[in-house]
Design a protein around this ligand. Structure first.
Ligand SMILES: Cc1cc2nc3c(=O)[nH]c(=O)nc-3n(C[C@H](O)[C@H](O)[C@H](O)COP(=O)(O)OP(=O)(O)OC[C@H]3O[C@@H](n4cnc5c(N)ncnc54)[C@H](O)[C@@H]3O)c2cc1C
Length: 524
């Protein structure tokens, strides 16, 4: 029996299948369309997704193809309201990477191929049945030939109209915005720098300009007067170059010239999510589980994070390395995050489309006042970049009442260690990690005991030696000036961190015994 069938080869499906293959599972990945995405669609790759690309070993090709956007500048009536810079983001990737979705898919397909997997195109999942052992899937190829495929796990990465979700009769509740929005990929001649994103706002509406790879190339998102309150009614004609030129000129000044449009279209904003991400051997990932407003560029990134969250759990359970209950945490963690994200993107969309002049003035004052504070900027950029995602309550995150350092449930921050870094040490790993910060005076024997335990659990032990600790036989990595100890709240004490394979902090404790208890659900 095949281990996993991944339905859909969009970004979520591509990452899902390659991650499962990286963990050694046998998969097939099918897509009903003959060709991959031809359009630019999602162009924003957030820092947390870049950290994940670093982990799986594909970051260099993404950095080579994409362009780095350093800041967001909202502008009203020619005046910048703020300048929200990503420079202080605590990540090795303190920027937003702009890259068209078709390029992202091409790079992820290349990665998939490196595991010997190919996308089976023009193959559609038409139905499935749950069996005692797993799933019986019915696939139909272009020629109309049907195949009955017994498979242990089935993952629906089949987009917003997911047949997997519909067949499970899961609800997909939410709302559709009344307004219709427009998008244009084209070239702009103007004086604005190409390393940041500009959002022009006023009482008439907004237009956002995202630079995309290629000189003077941009994605514009905006709203035309004729598209207001038109949602759900007849199909509206797409924006014209003249309309878009007039709109941008009004906001950005006369010396603006738009030319050579590549893609101009209208789109509706739907904000919806499914009631559950899992039923027994079936899972939903990406747009099949949630769709939201493009504000903040979260959609594709969220689908990729879903896949990253699920892959290791499924692999551990399938390979009988962990208790089956581990799989429930996928729904708990990702459904929980998806719900919060939907609320935030809905609110942000309402703010961007305000019409009431009093509320508009208030919004602009608020932006220009609060966004000047660096703590507000840090907060905003951490949310947008998805580096602030936290899973505080879960079977695999346990609070142990230890203060200082990053909190349990957060993704572990990177730290430089001499000529290497934590993220470099984790790269391509498929196991739990134990970080042992020795502090200046560790208990005798604790290093040895911890390394036996790590070996027994097949976890990677990273021993980080405090600069004041001298050992008869130097072990581990010297934290030369104590930066990593400070960052992790371990300057004055011995501290153990247990990181999950997706680099989220599962447990933080001063006592090795508590760490052992935490890892009980992992079978050696
Ligand atoms: C105009 C636009 C701009 C966007 N901008 C951003 C952005 O800046 N940042 C961001 O993060 N997100 C953005 N998004 C959202 C992003 O494009 C989606 O979130 C992303 O494509 C979802 O990926 P996915 O793999 O989950 O689903 P999809 O990309 O929809 O892929 C689903 C795949 O499943 C296949 N499929 C469906 N049913 C079956 C079946 N029965 N059998 C076999 N195959 C099937 C389909 O052919 C398709 O290839 C944007 C979207 C649009 C439309």
């Amino acid at each position: 029996m095949l281990d996993v069938l991944v339905v859909g080869a969009g970004p979520s499906g591509l990452l899902m299948a390659s991650e499962l293959a990286r963990y050694g599972l046998k998969c097939r990945i099918i897509d009903r369309s003959a060709l991959p995405t031809q359009e630019s669609k999602a162009i924003v790759i957030q820092a947390r997704t870049l950290e994940m690309f670093d982990h799986i070993g594909v970051i260099d090709s993404f950095l080579e193809k994409g362009i780095r956007l350093q800041a967001v500048t909202p502008i009203s009536r020619g005046h910048p309201l703020a300048h929200v810079s990503f420079a202080h983001l605590p990540s090795p990737y303190p920027f937003v990477l702009s890259l068209e979705q078709r390029e992202t898919e091409a790079l992820l397909t290349q990665h998939l191929t490196s595991f010997g997997l190919t996308i089976e195109r023009e193959v559609e999942l038409t139905s499935f049945q749950e069996t005692a052992e797993g799933i019986q899937a019915t696939l139909r190829s272009k020629s109309g030939q049907e195949e009955l495929l017994p498979v242990k796990w089935l993952i629906g990465c089949d987009g917003a109209h997911s047949i997997v979700r519909k067949s499970l009769e899961f609800s997909f509740t939410g709302k559709a915005f009344k307004d219709v929005f427009s998008l244009a990929d084209l070239y702009i001649d103007w004086d604005y720098p190409e390393n940041q994103l500009f959002a022009f706002l006023d009482s008439q509406g907004f237009i956002v300009a995202f630079p995309i790879p290629g000189k003077k190339r941009y994605r514009l998102i905006f709203q035309l007067d004729r598209c207001r309150n038109q949602g759900g009614e007849k199909e509206l004609p797409p924006p014209t170059l003249e309309e878009t030129q007039a709109l941008l000129q009004r906001y950005a000044g006369a010396s603006v010239r738009l030319h050579d449009p590549v893609w101009m279209t209208n789109f509706h904003i739907n904000s919806r999510m499914t009631s559950s991400y899992r039923k027994d051997h079936l899972f939903l990932v990406g747009d099949a589980a949630h769709i939201h407003s493009p504000v903040g560029g979260q959609g594709m990134n969220t689908g990729l994070q879903d896949a990253f969250n699920l892959a290791w759990k499924l692999a551990f359970v399938h390979q009988r390395r962990a208790n089956d209950r581990l799989l429930d945490t996928y729904n708990l963690e990702r459904h929980g995050f998806g719900k919060k994200l939907l609320e935030v993107t809905e609110k942000a969309s309402h703010l961007a489309t305000l019409r009431n002049p009093i509320l508009l003035t208030l919004r602009n004052c608020l932006i220009s006042t609060i966004a000047r504070f660096s703590f507000v900027q840090n907060f905003l950029t951490r949310i947008i970049s998805q580096t602030a995602i936290r899973y505080p309550k879960s079977l695999i995150t346990r609070e142990t009442g230890v203060f200082g350092g990053p909190k349990v449930g957060m993704r572990a921050p990177d730290a430089t260690l001499g000529d290497t870094s934590l993220y470099t040490l984790f790269r391509k790993s498929t196991c739990f990690h134990i970080l042992l910060f020795t502090g200046p005076k560790p208990d005798p024997g604790v290093i040895e005991e911890c390394s036996h335990f790590a070996e027994e659990k097949k976890a990677q032990l990273i021993l980080i030696r405090h600069p004041q600790l001298s050992l008869a036989r130097p072990q581990g990595i010297l934290d030369l000036n104590g930066t990593a100890h400070r960052l992790y709240g371990a300057s004055e004490r011995t501290l153990f961190y247990c990181l999950r394979p997706d680099i989220y902090i599962g447990c933080k404790t001063e006592k090795l015994l508590k760490l052992k208890k935490f890892l009980l659900f992992i079978k050696p």
